[in-house]
Structure formats: structure tokens, C-alpha cells
Design a protein around this ligand. Sequence first.
Ligand code: CU
Length: 488
Amino acid sequence: MAWIAASALAGCDSSETSDTGSTGVDHSAADDDSAAQPRRDAGRADAGAQKGDAGSADHHPSDTAHDTDAGDRRAGPALSTDAGKPGAGAAAHDHCVDGELAEARDALLDGKPEQWKGSDGAIDLVLPKPVLAWMSERVWTQSHDAWHNVRRCGGGSFGGFGGASAVCSKKELIPQHQECADAEDGYQFLVMHRHMMRALRQSFPAHSELFAGFPTFPLEAKDVPQQWQGRWGSGWAQAIKDTAKTLESIESKLSQFPSEGDLGKFIQCGAMSNGASSIHGALHFKWVVNASPHSLGKQTVNIENYMFWKLHGWIDTIWERYRIAKGLAPDEPKLREALSSQCREMHRLGQAVAPSASPGSKDPLPVEHGYFHESVRPILEKVCSGCHSESSPEAGLPLGGQVSSADIVEQLVNVSALHGGQFKRVVPGDPDESWLYLKVSGTAMAAGCQGAGCNAQVMPPAGQVSLSKAELTTIRQWISDGAAAPTN
Ligand SMILES: [Cu+2]
């Protein structure tokens, strides 16, 4: 991409940076114990993840490395633009070991999933767009899909999901422990999904409830979100109810599961050859909306589905209850190593199956037209995108780089301003009520921003590049004319 932002030379607004956490140094969040390590009390129905009080957990010795790292980051502004990106930033921070840093985009969430509506009225619940963007930057959907597929290369499969996937041609990626073949596969199943949950909760610490599981197995329709209740049907088969009962009384069933892996295998694969009693499969397939682009039944996209985290969160809770009952410490070295090893396997698979989508080598942008794309965007690219970059955007708002104009407009129009009190970033037809225009025209101060987080400082920050009168008029015109999205 040929656009090089002038403001990259100018340095970013430090006041904005320090209060958004966009540099990823929000220490209390990065230090979040429940995220850095599985919680001791994760199995209780009132576990912290449900309530967002995760910071109250005990301080583990393992946090030391994390503390040091976060402190280093704070001292080094040069690191800030890379913070939170996989594989980027200081060598000192290895997110597979140290965990993810809190995301600026956390502030864009309201804690609720988004709804997808089919033409027949079917509703699916989907993770919010900023989370999907975060996942896509990490090539997670492809990596997760490949993770399962590569365990079916050797014929190991359940429920008819076998069959050689393209990833099987890379022999070095095929794990010895194939799907449902043994307890080690069951253990890896538990650990990889916990790795994903942990990374999400660390990255979006203020909204970790989005990734919290059902506190207990949903035995009745009322136990699931209202949007799913219509698909409850005749309820669960007896075999699933029995399995749920066993797992919900896991503390008294330890003898049935000699190891954690045996438990994982039972949950993923059901009792021995009987795939029908796989409670994991049953939970996945009960709420499938076939037409949904985020369908719970499609392994290529299902991690985008809100229910995916509800059901895997519940599985994780049962596993943690098992660990507690067995006296296994949350920072047990075996588990810590397994978590980072699963993190690395996800990376390897992501690079193997989607090299072009891997960080640093994104797909080309779509061809776009229209006033915003042709007239407004070049101004934003030139003046704003150095700080509002795609990789670590100020205020969680990318205004240039490897981002489509359609995505930029979507992040602007009718979206609440992060540090603009009652204002929206762009109100179609009303530039004087649009925080973007108020900021760039230097009139935000006079507009009367209300709220603790108001930052009415002119953008770009005084003394750096500034907008010409003609450029301001162009932005104003776009908003006055209805802030239209680009066309293809
Ligand atoms: Cu999975």
C-alpha cells in the first residue's frame, strides 16, 4: 500500500494513548489473573468470568514475568504501535507464554452479541464485530478449523467428519494423537479451547462475560438466550441428559476419568465408539442455523458464533472443577506448557493454511468507489492513519492502512465516540453533531462534551500536520450529504 501517513512522523497524541489503553499497557487488565491462569474457582457458578471481577483473584508467582513485561512496555513508547499484534513488538513479550495484552477495542463493546437474521426470520447470535476483526487478524477461524482437520488425517474421526483435508499434505503438521484416539487427544482438545478463551478474556477484559460459558449445563430452554429458545425442539436425548448429569457431578465421578485427557475425550468423543453421546457434538448441533455465515455447525466459521463460547466455556468449567477436585494447581507447569504449545500449534497451522492472511501479508483491498473513498479517505490516510493505524488504532478507530473504506465508514457512522461523551463519531447529515468533524475542525471543545472520558483536544494534535480549509470542507460535505458508504 503506497499511502505513507505523514503523521507517522509526527508522533501520536499521548493523552489519548494513555487513557485508552491502546498501547496495551493497561496493567490491571494485562495482569488479569483469571486470564493469565485458569482460576481456582472457575468451576463455581458464580465464577469471576461471569461478573467481570476477574481481577480479584490471588496473585500467582507466575505473574512476575508478566508484571515485568508490562512495566517494560510502559517505559518504551517505541513499542506501542506493535502492542497486541501477534508476532510483533518487543521480543520480550511472547503472547503464547505471557498472554495477550488488553485491546483498545474492548471499549467498543457493550457486552452483547450481535444478531444475524436470516430471510426466514431465523436468528443467530454472533460475537461483536471488533472481536471478529481481532480473530481474523490472528487467522483464528482457519487455524481452529485446521487444528481439528489435522487430527483427522490419520483416519481418526468421529461423527463422520473424517476425510483428508488439504492440511494433511503437510506431514510435519499432523499430530501423533489423532482425534478421539486416546486421552492425549482429549487433553489437547481441552487445552486448545482454553487457550482461545484465555486469549479472548485477556484481550477484552472488560467484556469477558462474552466468552463465559453456561454456568451449568442448559437442561431447559430457559437456560439459553431467548433467541435460541425456539430451536429447543423436544429437548435432549436421554444419553445426553445422563452425560450432563455425570459431568455436573464431576467431583464424585473422578474414578470414571483417570486423567484430564480421559475427561476431555469423553466430552469430545462420547463414550467409546458411541459418538451419539458426545455432549460436545450435541451442544454444537442443537442450535445450528444452516444459512448463517457464522453457523455453529460449520467448523470453518463456528468460533464466530456466540454459542460456541457458551458451550466451550461450560466444558472448560467442568474441566476446571475436575482439576480442583484432583488438587491440580492452576499454574501447574504441565498445563502452562500445554497452553503455550497449543498457542504455537495454532500459529503454525494458521501460517500453513492461510499464509496470505497471516499478519504482515494481508489480502488485497477490494476495489471501491464513491465520495468517501475517493475524496475523504485520502485526507484521513495522509493526516490520521499514522496514529489511527490498522494495527494499533488510537481509540480503536483505524482510519487507513490495510482496511477497506467500507470498514472505515462502518466504524464511523452512528458509532459512539470513545472519548466524545454523548457524541457519535459521524451523524449522517449533521456535521456539527459529528465528533469526527468537531475534532478535526477544532470545535469539539465548544460543543460541550459531557462525561468523564471527554477528550476535546483538536485532531490531529496541535503542532503536527493539520487539515487545510479545503480538506475540512470535503469531510463536512461527506457528512452533510448523508455520510454514504463506498460502492464497489
Ligand atoms: Cu473446536
